[in-house]
Design a protein around this ligand. Structure first.
Ligand SMILES: Cc1ncc(C[n+]2csc(CCOP(=O)(O)OP(=O)(O)O)c2C)c(N)n1
Ligand SMILES: [Mg+2]
Length: 355
């Protein structure tokens, strides 16, 4: 798709450059090279519950950040929930997962208690990293989440290493690593693609292409539009999907996981998605127009799934019950986190590296 239009406001003229609406950001329909069998209504309802819970937790955290109650940077995945939930439902609890600093959605989708997520972001002792990691350092090895990472692309070779370890131990676990569109030009990505392909490692490379690297739209910096074509030069099976449709995400990751477990090696998935909130809490979002964001709201993965459920004869009353249950889950999580103690000062140097 080509650039839609260019908007020049007085503020933009002062700045000397204008904001162009990105190429059509609504999820691109690419025929999937695998079947997308309809999931049962029960499974879809569970997915709706988890996706909505992620949304509500992150909205709560954005409010907390605006009240000045969060130290350090916090990145939300509002609008990207289907990627985490579809993938989590398609993998096993003992599979390995790594992801970026934008990781609340993956933590909750894997099964980390939302109370521990909120507590960690607030810096409370009951957080998943005892309040020492904050938003960018979610961890939950019990559910396979081996750590979220603040260094762009660093989590990708980690996952390949975990896949290799599983192979060497004779286990049939796989590794799934999430990264953004901005990671694709990091050298370590290509080193990892090469060795993963060469050794046929059981790893899934999952790109959440939300169209922006921090404040820069990917189409301003990438010479090519079809990012999923990169790994093909290493002989990696590579596809592009609609990352805002949880059923498609689920089918794609199930397919890739099956390939990995049966020794066929790595798969690369480029999932087209969009972040509806800023890059991080406090982002003024001057690099995109409100029109662009509103346009994208039409493809909000929660709306897509809600409509899917209605189309499959789930009633408004049944959806309202899920929404009420989510409100209760959130209230419990908030109560847990807010009433948790701060870490003891004596803890400052335990479980951390220091010289
Ligand atoms: C190695 C490295 N270089 C630069 C940064 C600064 N940085 C933080 S987020 C980011 C953009 C990454 O964009 P993308 O991979 O698309 O992920 P998104 O934030 O959109 O989820 C950059 C460059 C970093 N954290 N690590
Ligand atoms: Mg991005």
């Amino acid at each position: 798709m080509s650039v839609v239009k260019t908007i020049t406001s007085s503020q933009e003229r002062k700045r000397g450059w204008s904001i162009s609406l990105a190429p059509d950001l609504l999820p691109v329909e690419v025929p999937p090279p695998f079947d997308v069998p309809p999931l049962s209504v029960e499974v879809l309802q569970k997915m709706y519950h988890v996706m909505l819970l992620i949304r509500r937790v992150e909205e709560y955290l954005l409010d907390a950040a605006s009240e000045g109650r969060i130290g350090g940077a916090m990145h939300t995945a509002i609008g990207m929930e289907a990627n985490a939930v579809g993938a989590a439902f398609a993998t096993r609890p003992d599979d390995y997962v790594t992801c970026t600093y934008r990781g609340h959605h993956h933590a909750i989708a894997r099964g980390l208690d939302p109370g521990q997520v909120i507590a960690e972001v607030l810096g409370k002792a009951s957080g998943c990293a005892r309040g020492k990691g904050g938003s960018m350092h979610m961890v939950d090895p019990e559910h396979g989440l081996m750590g979220t990472n603040g260094v762009v692309a660093a989590q990708v070779p980690h996952a390949a290493g975990m896949a290799l370890a599983a192979r060497m131990r004779g286990e049939d676990r796989i590794a799934l690593t999430f990264f953004g569109d901005g990671a694709i030009y990091q050298g370590v990505m290509h080193e990892t693609f090469n060795i993963a392909a060469k050794w046929k490692l059981p790893v899934i490379f999952y790109m959440e292409n939300n169209k922006y690297s921090e404040m820069t739209p990917i189409w301003r910096t990438s010479a090519i539009e079809d990012l999923y074509t990169f790994p093909k030069v290493y002989g990696i099976e590579s596809i592009r999907i609609n990352g805002n449709d949880v059923e498609i995400v689920h089918a794609a990751v199930s397919w890739a996981a099956e390939r990995a477990r049966s020794g066929e090696g790595p798969t690369f998935i480029e999932a087209i998605t969009y972040r509806l909130a800023g890059h991080m809490a406090g982002d003024l979002e001057t690099y995109r127009t409100p029109e662009e964001r509103e346009h994208q709201r039409q493809a909000d993965p929660l709306l897509v799934l809600r409509q899917k459920l209605l189309d499959r004869n789930v009633t408004e009353e049944a959806l309202a019950r899920i929404e009420e249950a989510v409100a209760q889950d959130l209230a419990r999580a908030v109560e847990f986190a807010e009433t948790s103690p701060w870490p003891d000062i004596a803890e400052a140097y335990t479980d951390v590296f220091h010289l």
